[in-house]
Design a protein around this ligand. Structure first.
Ligand code: ADP
Length: 449
């Protein structure tokens, strides 16, 4: 095991990694921007290094500063969390060149999956079913029309470098295609510096089902079932649950083993998530995330495992402790993302927290870096906490979620908590009857002006 690990992230995920390190007896180094000097991850780590000004480009994305922080503190490995540098192959390469271990997959695998066209091609070759679409990039509008006419509308134009729901545009009919193609390209160019796009059939009522996999980097891999993350706003998840309410044991074993075999085949190392759209009993691959997901705690809860400790073990050269035959689901788990945002328009709402009370009790986990007196800076993501509950059944987990939400107190800023209170009153949420478009439609009718 490593003796010292640097966490190249902030907020709840930095705390999450620090917790795993502490339990394994690993010393921790936090990095922070000047805006985060008072952040909880800095307090909880054994050491901390300021790596730059507030803007994440100059701090949390500043590779040279992070390498320098490793060298100053003698950290042997870096855990990237999610976001920031977690899927940056060039960063992994630089770490390697400095003899520092990246806690995650190889640069080659990150590169392979980071480009969505290459990812789809790889998955098709590995026998994973994909969403029907263009065989590769679509360079011209003329080709976009040819492919879409052949496939039939609606279609979705997607950025090959895309992420976080950006660079993705829907064309319901042929008349929308010029606009969708142009804006997907320009949005992608602006966000990712790459304007390559591809086209997929737009699925009308799918669920977002993703499979958690874990590989030992030596050709062995397991799956840890699925998460249903269909409740999304602007292609971003807000409520996640495991197991998926519509996924049977047989389906889980089938798609799970397909995924585990695929990543075993390429010698994948560490945690990863293979995302699918699921419609009428069929799975269609959309992308793979080569890192820990925000919603990993629901999987940890139902399988009673610690994914971050396993990442640390495997990255340090120890054997993977997960064995497929021992991974068994117990109960049901739900996560809701608490954001500092003001309804109805989800406007970011940074500011000073005057009171904070985290819910507790049996079956409740609150992953958050908040504390009373803390000022949420305006520079970063608005996620301020993840409330994760479990129960012996889905109804029990829903009842616990309602109870736990009632205990959560965040004064000083607006949060998305009222949204979840309202959702719990909905029959479709109670019965698990929702697809990826459900929340947008519900928000249009009930919340957004
Ligand atoms: P990102 O990397 O930006 O998150 P994804 O490819 O993972 O993009 O897609 C995010 C979400 O967008 C999906 O969960 C789904 O809601 C929607 N989406 C993506 N592809 C399609 C498609 N072909 N048809 C319908 N919805 C889609």
């Amino acid at each position: 095991m490593f003796s010292k690990v640097l966490i190249a992230n902030r907020g709840e995920i930095a705390l999450r990694v620090i917790r795993a390190c502490k339990e394994l007896g690993v010393a921790t180094v936090a990095v922070h921007s000047t805006a985060d000097s008072d952040a909880m991850h800095v307090r909880m780590a054994d050491e901390s290094v300021c790596i730059g000004p507030p803007s994440s480009t100059d701090s949390y994305l500043n590779v040279a500063a992070i390498i320098a922080a490793c060298e100053i503190t003698g950290a042997e490995a870096v855990h990237p969390g999610y976001g920031f540098l977690s899927e940056n192959a060039a960063f992994v390469q630089v770490l390697e060149d400095h003899g520092i271990t990246f806690i995650g997959p190889s640069a080659e695998h990150i590169r392979m999956m980071g480009d969505k066209i290459t990812a789809k091609e790889t998955m098709i070759n590995l026998g994973v079913p994909c969403v029907p679409g263009s065989p590769g990039g679509v360079p011209t509008l003329k080709e976009a029309h040819l492919i879409s006419d052949e496939m039939g509308f609606p279609v979705i134009v997607k950025a090959t470098a895309g992420g976080g729901g950006r660079g993705m545009k829907l064309a319901l009919t042929k008349n929308d295609l010029d606009e969708a193609f142009g804006s997907a390209r320009s949005e992608s160019k602006a966000a990712f510096g790459n304007d390559e796009v591809y086209i997929e059939k737009y699925l009308q009522k799918p669920r977002h089902i993703e499979v958690q996999i874990f590989g030992d980097g030596k050709g062995r891999a397991v799956h840890l079932g699925e998460r249903d993350c269909s409740l999304q706003r602007r292609h971003q998840k807000v409520f996640e649950e495991a197991p998926g309410p519509t996924i049977t044991k047989e389906l889980r074993e089938k798609i799970g083993s397909t995924c585990a075999e695929a990543v075993a085949d390429i010698g994948y190392s560490g945690a990863g998530t293979i995302e699918f759209l699921y419609e009428d009993g069929e799975f269609f691959f959309i992308e793979m995330n080569t890192r820990l997901q925000v919603e990993h705690p629901v999987t940890e809860t139902i399988f009673r495992v610690d994914l971050v400790k396993e990442q640390l073990r495997v990255a340090s050269g120890e054997e993977m402790t997960f064995k497929q035959e021992e991974l068994e689901i117990r109960g049901h788990s739900i996560e809701v993302r608490i954001n500092a945002e003001k309804l109805p328009n989800f406007t970011p709402c940074p500011g000073k927290i005057t009171t904070f009370h985290a819910p507790g009790g049996l079956g409740v986990r609150m992953d958050s870096a908040l504390y009373a007196g803390y000022s949420i800076p305006p520079y970063y993501d608005s996620l301020i906490g993840k409330l994760i509950v479990s129960g012996t059944s889905r109804p029990a987990a829903l009842a616990r979620l309602r109870r736990a939400l009632g205990e959560l107190i965040v004064d000083g800023v607006d949060t998305t908590t009222p949204l979840f209170h309202a959702l719990l009153d909905e029959k479709d949420i109670q019965t698990g009857n929702y697809d990826i478009h459900w929340l947008e439609k519900w928000l249009d009718k009930n919340v957004q002006k």
